[in-house]
Design a protein around this ligand. Sequence first.
Ligand SMILES: [Fe+2]
Ligand SMILES: [Fe+2]
Length: 243
Amino acid sequence: MAKAQAKSNRTTTAKKAQRSAPARKATSRKVTAGRSKASKNENKNGSLLQEFFMDSLKDIYWAEKALTKALPKMSKNATSEELKKAFDQHLEITKGQVERLEQVFEALGEKAQSKKCEAMAGLVEESESIIGETKDDTFTRDAALIMAAQKVEHYEIATYGGLVQLAKTMNKPNVAKMLETTLNEEKEADVLLTKIAEAGINDVATNEEGGESKMSTLKETIMNMFSKNDNEGGEQKSKQGKK
Ligand SMILES: [Fe+2]
Ligand SMILES: [Fe+2]
């Protein structure tokens, strides 16, 4: 009886630790024992890291699905054609990422499940407030939307980067490869957003003060800047177009 009670206490404590701070627990231990020893231990008890991995997959699955709803709104409200195009293009890529995650669940023998990702919910909410707080047809809105979108991309890059490493550690090379494909797509999206911002949006937004006549002049200026960039960087742009 006492033995059973002790066992039950141990289980409860383990569950609590797992719920409260698995990451803190992992980092507070010395990790100098070596990779091979670590993976042996993980394979033996398997559950904690595996559960954390599955939880993170559910989180990012929710996040990607939320983005398939957020990106059309961002595109609709963007001012420049370049940014609209980038959001539309990333929407299609994101739909593919949702499907890829379903394949990851399948490869792991699990049902695809999503769990609300509070971080992504906050980032999406931020993009919505930007639309509410900035004027229509301004490049200030575009500059702000680019920043919001890059926060999303950086969150995804951090998540997929971590998941790829965990999949490798857990000896799941196929899963790691699939997640790495998505990781690279997120990195490409981030680079593209920087290029769009640097192509003129940020510069024009600096001088934006409002007023109809001034706005149309600024619009003409930025359209000229983009067509100038098209001519100068034709080769680079065609490379991006192939992606
Ligand atoms: Fe994504
Ligand atoms: Fe993304």
